[in-house]
Design a protein around this ligand. Structure first.
Ligand code: ZN
Length: 144
């Protein structure tokens, strides 16, 4: 079975970030930048909070940034039972300097030795799966 976020939209939202998920499904990392004033807007909105424009460019970026925050999960929460086998796992909130430090969530993969705020990480785009609620996702790995 092929998964796609379009077929499995189960997370409530206004749809302003649909292009984000579409780009990940195309193996690209894109974030919205106002076409009029250049402000990065993340989480996505339909309208620029600075200038009021409705036009955004979804700019292709390298999924690289720095750890803004992280947490280790030791417990299989009800809404993410699909990750039970991964426990303990680390979730990272990464700042993307190229996009005015927009913050992107993802699970950490690889060696977590010495993990701390500020460390550089690189993202890999993962295809949709049951584990990701049928959405494509980014996993982060510490750049050593
Ligand atoms: Zn603007």
């Amino acid at each position: 079975m092929e998964y796609s976020f379009e077929a499995h939209k189960i997370i409530g939202g206004i749809g302003a970030d649909d292009e984000y998920w579409r780009s990940l499904e195309n193996n690209e990392f894109r974030l919205p930048q106002c076409a009029k004033c250049g402000k990065w807007t993340w989480p996505a909105h339909f309208r620029c909070g600075d200038c009021g424009s409705w036009d955004f460019n979804w700019v292709k970026l390298e999924p690289e940034g720095n750890i803004f925050s992280w947490t280790r999960s030791w417990y299989a929460f009800d809404r993410v039972r699909e990750r039970t086998e991964d426990i303990p796992y680390i979730t990272v909130l990464t700042e993307i300097p190229e996009a005015d430090n927009a913050r992107i969530l993802g699970v950490l993969k690889g060696d977590d030795t010495g993990i701390q705020i500020g460390l550089p990480v690189r993202g890999s785009i993962e295809p949709p799966s049951e584990k990701t609620k049928f959405y494509p996702s980014i996993t982060w790995e510490i750049i050593r």
